[in-house]
Design a protein around this ligand. Structure first.
Ligand SMILES: [Zn+2]
Length: 347
């Protein structure tokens, strides 16, 4: 049951796809050369950053990301994590960091064969360990194009065993043989992006649309309303400000079809409550009087006065009630410097 909320309140907003490990990326050294397409963005930026992560930088990135999520009225995040040189225990580090700050998180490790069969096995084992110990999560795959058939089958089987879905990037860029996921998917799966999926792709699950990320990576536009399945909204690592992402989703849809109203993009935001029902129990009191999609589509800088998670006020008067936000920001900045130094040492 949802609680009764005032016009200036909403339940906790949900980010249906994020990468908390990228929170320390802002300000990082430029890649060795300017990437010219999406695959080079992966190779020269993200697949270097993830190799430089250790459990310490994962912890501070998660605390910083959790703090900024609550600051934006987002109380529940579905995270997708990869740290090939610090796999074991990484999901618990993220979950514990979020619990300390007071954010709900659903964790997954993005399994991939980019680091060989051993790397894939370690990723599967981390998902299995975390879920077996009672962690809230899913089984993660990076994307079909970096996974063998055996790894895809093993992830699907592991998800079935734990009664959860698989969280996987699908057809984000043009290079992805997503067809290899067919036969495994079900309604619990999260299919991230789907930019280059045909209308009749045949995959089951919720498609998570990340409009700002898609624009930033120049991968194209998914026109998500063409799909006959649930659509949710994520940020793909660019913060957790879901009102901002909603406005981005709205204007992007409007650019493609000027007859579309903001109720469509708002419905994608609302799907988050089906994916993460606990957030319905949370309450955010906003600086704006009427939290209506038409008004919010054209109103910027709406922020929370108070955020309540699971009956506890975790954010009030511009600050966390649980942790010292300034200390987290300072320690995250120090951790970022360590991360960037490791990054500079990579080949
Ligand atoms: Zn992503």
């Amino acid at each position: 049951m949802s609680r009764t909320l005032g016009q200036n309140q909403t339940p906790g907003l949900v980010c249906a796809h994020n990468h908390f490990y990228s929170a320390l990326a802002r300000g990082m050294p430029a890649p060795p050369r300017t990437p010219t397409d999406f695959n080079e963005i992966l190779e020269l930026v993200w697949w270097r950053l993830d190799r430089a992560l250790d459990l310490d930088t994962i912890e501070w990135s998660a605390k910083l990301a959790a703090l900024t999520a609550l600051e934006a009225g987002c109380t529940a995040v579905i995270d997708h994590h990869e740290s090939p040189n610090a796999i074991e225990g990484s999901l618990s580090v993220i979950a514990d960091a979020c619990a300390e700050v007071g954010l709900r998180v659903n964790c997954t490790y993005g399994v991939t064969d980019r680091h060989g069969a051993e790397g894939a096995a370690a990723g599967l084992a981390e998902n299995d360990r975390f879920l077996s110990e009672g962690g809230l999560g899913m089984v993660g795959l990076h994307a079909a194009f970096t996974c063998t058939d055996d790894t895809i089958a093993a992830a699907a089987e592991l998800a079935e065993r734990h009664d959860v879905g698989v969280h996987v990037h699908v057809a984000e860029g043009e290079v992805d043989d997503w067809q290899r996921l067919a036969g495994y998917t079900n309604d619990r799966w999260l299919l991230i992006h789907g930019v280059h999926l045909p209308d009749d792709h045949g995959l089951n699950g919720t498609i998570v649309h990340n409009p700002r990320s898609n624009m930033n990576n120049g991968v194209g536009y998914s026109r998500p309303w063409r799909f006959d399945q649930l659509i949710a909204l994520g940020t793909d690592g660019i913060g957790s400000d879901m009102l901002d992402e909603f406005r981005m989703a709205f204007v992007k849809s409007r650019e493609a079809d000027v007859t579309l109203g903001p109720d469509l993009a708002w419905s994608w935001l609302e799907t988050g409550w089906q994916l993460f029902p606990e957030a319905r129990q949370d309450a955010v009191t906003w600086t704006y009087d009427v939290m209506d999609s038409w008004r919010l589509a054209y109103t910027t800088q709406v922020s929370p006065l108070e955020v309540e998670v699971n009956g506890e006020v975790v954010w009030a008067d511009g600050a966390s009630t649980r942790v010292d936000g300034e200390e987290i920001k300072a320690k995250a900045a120090e951790a970022a410097k360590r991360l960037w130094a490791k990054l500079a040492d990579l080949d």
